[in-house]
Design a protein around this ligand. Structure first.
Ligand code: PGA
Length: 245
């Protein structure tokens, strides 16, 4: 696992946007695994600017998103389909038919099976972008005594519901279940790039980069088994976990 320490969160986002741009420039039909949450928003802003400047062309790119809440439609302003459209897809020259976010409506099991198929359709992702939960979750694979390999329905933990309540009017509005890629799906990507910032992530990042232990209680630690995993953190977070480059 490679750890990159940058001077600031904005610099972290610039580094990751550059990685994605370089990939798409060298492989115009690249497949990207994408993430939602607060962390990647500036990365997407930078990709939009690069696309507008003609530095990168998304017309042949395919994308698959990590997860989606159960019980809210893609038109809901907190659905991950809505997030991806408004934070990225509506502003770049991607063909939305080539973008996949699992449906959170109808038959959840069937939707999870569809996500599982999309992870492998046309080959695995060239790059999977990841955030990390305060509890070390990756996508919605929550800290637990076991983890699940394939796409499935996950019950969100109190920690995740609390963390995501900021996006909803009230905590009770946060869906309690989600469809998520499994850990095997995520580790199948050719390259995984995890970005983290903020002191709430200290315990999770400590477990990820400060020792060699792999534990289902911090799902991110499974990335230690990937041969091309990159963790991008800023100096503030590196200092807080005691990481020395
Ligand atoms: P955040 O979420 O980017 O909003 O902190 C990350 C995650 O839960 O994976």
């Amino acid at each position: 696992m490679k750890v990159i320490v940058t001077g600031s969160y904005d610099e972290s986002c610039a580094v990751v946007a550059e990685m994605i741009k370089d990939l798409v420039v060298s492989k115009p039909n690249a497949k990207l695994g994408l993430a939602t949450g607060g962390t990647p928003v500036p990365i997407y802003k930078k990709l939009i600017a690069m696309n507008e400047a003609g530095e990168v062309d998304f017309s042949a790119v395919h994308t698959v998103n990590l997860d989606e809440y159960c019980g809210i439609p893609g038109t809901h302003d907190q659905s991950y389909r809505y997030f991806m459209n408004t934070n990225l897809f509506d502003h770049i020259n991607i063909d939305k038919a080539n973008t996949f976010v699992a449906s959170g409506m109808g038959d959840f099991e069937a939707n999870a099976a569809e996500l599982e198929a999309k992870v492998y359709e046309g080959g695995v992702a060239d790059l999977q972008l990841l955030g990390i939960g305060n509890n070390g979750h990756i996508a919605f694979n929550e800290a637990s005594d076991h983890l699940i390999s394939k796409a499935h329905i996950e019950t969100l933990t109190e920690s995740t519901i609390n963390a995501n309540a900021r996006f909803f009017e009230k905590k009770e509005d946060v869906p309690t279940k989600a469809i998520t890629m499994g850990m095997g799906d995520i580790l199948a990507a050719k390259k995984v790039v995890l970005v983290a910032t903020g002191l709430a992530k200290v315990p999770a990042i400590k477990g990820l980069i400060m020792d060699d232990v792999i534990t289902t209680q911090n799902p991110s630690t499974m990335l230690k088994m990937h041969t091309d995993a990159v963790v991008v953190i800023d100096k503030e977070l590196a200092d807080a976990v005691g990481y020395k480059a």
